[in-house]
Design a protein around this ligand. Structure first.
Ligand SMILES: Nc1ncnc2c1ncn2[C@@H]1O[C@H](COP(=O)(O)OP(=O)(O)OP(=O)(O)O)[C@@H](O)[C@H]1O
Length: 726
């Protein structure tokens, strides 16, 4: 079997991905022929291999070389979809969007020519809802990281199995380093006579070329640091983990744990001469990242701290890591960085072994979040973030015996969450084969409790999003339900949009709904500096007595971001305004090229402490939702006011953020200091003349927001959504 041949979409300097020295030594390479053979022979193949052995990046290419395209690969996280797609495209010397493409949320780099396509499970489910199982028209479907059990991944698995029952020539490949093999074998047992899941394990013994990974536990860490002399491992466990085993210990992070991490980071720094070798620390929440960051501030002359959290622009954070060469990198991350990604030169992983888990509180009927101990499978994935581009050392901050009693796998989300939105989405599916939630969810790998599905159906019925079609008791979506389901927002955010639509403020409602779900938000939140964030937010909303309208800080933040978005839109999205901008800056018309304006916009955003990518994301989502509303044409569309008066272009005034102090101390999100941008004096705001403080009728919108929040009694649910991103 020869290497794949270059395709027309690849450049002439194409070199075979299989022979390039960077990849030829990956352990998965030794099993290439076997993998192809097994996938051709069997309808379902499970590939199990250590983290970093090359599954995600190489297996799709093995199959492409056998002309098994088109190939679909799902990844549980957006971050991973982009990272793996980029890596495969780079390895094949192709443009992204050509032979190799991806689709996450609103970012779509695909074409007719795409032969390997990476998507999130969520995107795939949306497509299936619209086009039925036809959305799965691929020769091979690879479900990567199958151990990650989001509701979306589990639903994709159900649908793929339905398709397998109909389509004999489809090939499905499941991949993971830590999947429960028996579970998947059993799940596909009823595919047909003589059918079975072929399991292919990439042997560890063959992994001569993979880098070393050593693991130490709490007892070795305390010994290494010379703390708690003579303390038994039981006492250590009590001191740092509040108990001897997960069932007897709460997963809160005590100050002692933060101190231990601080000392360990310092110890590593003193003993590792290569400052390019970085340290990745896993913590459960934004708050824990903040605590750790504050503790490490005095060490800022040694370290550059980077943050990986959903509230941070990951692309930008990774870029900043690449640029920074002068200091050792310490990356503080939540489980966003837990699987599928390679952060080059991570040589040390410190794992707090805790994570944040959201669950549906059946009694209070709200989403809640709690700190939990990770499963062994999660800890293995975290371990796998090192040993990829250099040798690695992992420190687990629990004792070995404590670790031994952690669950093998975490509880699947389908057994923890309320499933309201998923039940509604299932009911809205075009294809009858997948539109009955009671039937479909019972086919899941771990079927949810029938009362949870019943609760979701009742709630949706109560909200008139579904109606029971007698006599068989099957539910159908109402017009309102279909409309809600078409928004690609969380359930509460979608409800909010429609409530605003009903009072003639559709535009504001859509933006507020999007902002409830958006991470990172348009207004920059300098990491660890809530005061500065409040100052930035206050410049957009709250400076003229309108704070009393809203009681919660979270709603204030949403309102501030709404005003910030509109401000940006006013300056950069209004045709006449742009003409005006050109005059202000005295552009020579001919020189105003497509490339100049984005640059100005980028600088402007940075001067006003706005996150450009987030503004664009909100803008794209806004268009989508507006289109959905126009497709459905609800009654209120006729009574909506249309464009607000302030849309008329005219000269306007704004309270310029340039008067704010720049971020103090070390900003972990910025690259090296010399890359911080133009000096303070040189700043010039192109939004002049002005935007008046209440230009966007913010008081009026805030008043409506306050009453709608009360009316729909989603305050608690809102707090949870906001708690996760704030
Ligand atoms: N951005 C990158 N820079 C440098 N090397 C990389 C990069 N991405 C991947 N690699 C290399 O390719 C190897 C294989 O990565 P790949 O994601 O295919 O492995 P995997 O088996 O799918 O791992 P996991 O189970 O952790 O997702 C890594 O171990 C690393 O050596």
């Amino acid at each position: 079997m020869g290497p794949s041949s270059p395709t027309s979409s690849c450049s002439s300097s194409y070199s075979s991905p299989f022979t390039s020295p960077e990849f030829s030594s990956l352990p998965v390479m030794s099993l290439r022929e076997k993998i192809v053979e097994k996938v051709l022979e069997n309808r379902v193949t499970l590939i199990v291999g250590e983290t970093g052995c090359g599954k995600s990046s190489q297996v799709p290419q093995f199959l492409l070389a056998e002309n098994m395209e088109p190939i679909l690969c799902t990844q549980p996280r957006r971050f991973a979809v982009v990272a793996v797609a980029k890596m495969v495209a780079k390895g094949r010397n192709c443009e992204l969007g050509g032979e190799v493409g991806y689709h996450i949320g609103h970012s779509k780099h695909l074409s007719e020519r795409s032969k390997i396509v990476f998507k999130t499970a969520g995107v795939l489910l949306d497509e299936m809802r619209d086009r039925g199982l036809n959305a799965l028209k691929y020769k091979v479907i690879i479900l990567d990281e199958v151990h990650e059990r989001s509701v979306e991944s589990d639903l994709v698995l159900v649908c793929v199995k339905q398709l397998l029952l109909k389509k004999n020539d489809l090939r499905v490949v499941l991949m993971s380093a830590t999947a429960d093999i028996t579970k998947y074998r059993d799940y596909f047992r009823d595919l047909g006579r003589g059918e079975r899941v072929e399991v292919l394990a990439i042997p560890s013994t063959n992994q001569r070329t993979i880098f070393q990974r050593r693991v130490s536990y709490l007892e070795q860490v305390t010994e290494l640091l010379g703390v708690d002399h003579g303390m038994t491992s039981e006492l250590s466990s009590l001191r740092y983990c509040s108990g001897p085993s997960p069932s007897m210990a709460n997963a809160e992070i005590k100050p002692e744990v933060h101190k231990l991490i601080h000392d360990l980071v310092l110890h590593i720094h003193k003993n590792e001469s290569d400052i390019e070798k970085s340290i990745l620390v896993f913590l459960p929440t934004y708050y824990a990242l903040e605590q750790q960051w504050h503790l490490m501030k005095p060490l800022s002359s040694f370290f550059k701290v980077h943050i990986l959290h959903s509230s941070v622009d990951t692309e930008q954070a990774l870029m900043a890591m690449k640029i920074c060469k002068s200091h050792r990198k310490v990356i503080l991350a939540t489980n966003i960085a837990e699987s599928s990604v390679t952060i080059p030169k991570v040589a040390y992983v410190i794992d707090s072994c805790r994570s944040l888990q959201v669950f549906w509180d059946v009694n209070r009927k709200i989403d809640s979040a709690e700190l939990v101990w990770v499963s062994q499978s999660q800890a293995e994935q975290r371990r796998g973030r090192t040993g990829r581009t250099c040798d690695g050392q992992v420190y687990r901050l629990v004792t070995k015996s404590f670790f031994g009693t952690l669950e093998d796998h975490e509880c699947p989300a389908i057994l923890r969450l309320s499933l309201r939105l998923q039940v509604l989405l299932i009911c809205c599916a075009e294809s009858k084969a997948i539109s009955d939630p009671k039937v479909l969810l019972q086919k899941a790998l771990d079927p949810p409790y029938p009362e949870v599905v019943g609760d979701a159906l009742d709630l949706l019925d109560h909200k008139r999003a579904l109606q029971k079609i007698s006599p068989r008791g099957r539910y159908e979506p109402t017009f309102y339900g279909r409309l809600l389901a078409s928004f690609s927002l969380s359930f509460d955010a979608s409800v909010l949009v429609l409530k605003f639509g009903e009072i003639g403020m559709l535009r504001e409602g859509i933006l507020l709904g999007i902002l409830m779900d958006t991470q990172p938000l348009p207004i920059l939140h300098p990491f660890g500096d809530d005061a500065l964030f409040a100052e930035y937010t206050g410049c957009y909303f709250g400076g003229d007595g309108n704070t009393r309208l809203l009681t919660g800080r979270k709603e204030m933040v949403i309102m501030g971001n709404l005003c910030a978005f509109q401000f940006w839109q006013h300056v950069f999205k209004d045709k006449q305004r742009l003409d005006h901008l050109q005059q202000v800056l005295k552009f020579d018309e001919t020189k105003v090229t497509a490339s100049l304006l984005p640059k100005i916009e980028e600088e402007w955003c940075s001067l006003h402490y706005l996150v450009q990518s987030s503004l664009h994301h909100v803008s794209e989502l806004y268009e989508d939702i507006l289109n959905a509303v126009h497709r459905f044409r609800p009654k209120f569309l006729g009574t909506s006011n249309g464009l607000p008066t302030y849309y008329d272009p005219y000269e306007f005034e704004h309270t310029c953020l340039l008067n704010c102090d720049p971020p103090r101390d070390m900003d972990p999100l910025a690259a090296d200091n010399e890359h911080l941008g133009p000096s303070f004096e040189a700043k010039k705001c192109v939004a002049v003349p002005f935007v008046a403080p209440n230009q966007f009728q913010s008081n009026n919108v805030a008043e409506k927001l306050a009453s709608i929040i009360k009316e729909v009694q989603i305050f608690h649910a809102l707090s949870v959504i906001l708690l996760i991103w704030c």
